[in-house]
Design a protein around this ligand. Structure first.
Ligand SMILES: CC(C)(COP(=O)(O)OP(=O)(O)OC[C@H]1O[C@@H](n2cnc3c(N)ncnc32)[C@H](O)[C@@H]1OP(=O)(O)O)[C@@H](O)C(=O)NCCC(=O)NCCS
Length: 150
């Protein structure tokens, strides 16, 4: 039986068509358009984005902004067809390791109702940092989570 190949590499413009499909399926009306990702990749000096490739195809991605010694996760997603199989865990570990080489702290915002993501973040040492009221377009609160990096 052939073994699967998993790679995590810096996101490229060539990944964006597939990322856009995943983004529309998962985030629907809140999906970022391709031009937002292009801005992040080409213009934003604070942005660090990674794609997870399975057998050469993009099935997930994560984004970070790093400002001096502070990292913030901006987006994080696994193709719906591959969720719950450990790929998000791998991608988040990669991101934390990358940030830990450069920063002392990492944070993110997550919908209060997103229990699976919150559980994943807690597993990786994130703790609750507060609530941003009505942070999302539909009025839902965001939970701010963070952890120190060593
Ligand atoms: C959140 C997300 C990136 C996690 O990726 P994933 O590949 O599905 O997660 P994994 O299979 O690696 O699971 C890792 C951990 O997440 C948690 N988790 C994942 N799916 C879960 C579910 N359906 N219910 C409860 N916990 C779940 C568990 O803690 C799990 O660890 P465990 O298996 O040891 O219990 C992915 O589900 C996703 O893209 N969701 C939609 C977009 C999103 O919510 N992004 C985050 C915005 S802040």
């Amino acid at each position: 039986m052939a073994t699967e190949s998993i790679e995590i590499i810096p996101m490229r413009a060539g990944h964006l068509d597939k990322i856009n499909v995943i983004e529309q399926q998962v985030f629907t009306s809140e999906a970022w358009p391709i031009k937002t990702y292009l801005y992040e990749l080409k213009e934003n000096q604070f942005a660090h984005y990674f794609s997870l490739l399975k057998d050469g195809l993009v099935i997930g991605y994560i984004g970070l902004w790093i400002v001096i010694d502070d990292a913030q996760i901006t987006t994080f997603c696994i193709d719906r067809a591959y969720q719950g199989e450990g790929y998000g865990d791998k991608l988040l570990s990669h991101c934390i390791h990358y940030a830990s080489m450069r920063c002392i702290r990492i944070s993110l915002e997550v919908r209060e109702s997103n229990h699976s993501a919150i559980r994943l973040y807690r597993k990786h040492g994130f703790v609750d940092g507060g609530v941003r009221k009505a942070y999302y377009g539909d009025g839902e609160n965001a939970l701010v989570m963070w952890r120190y990096l060593s």
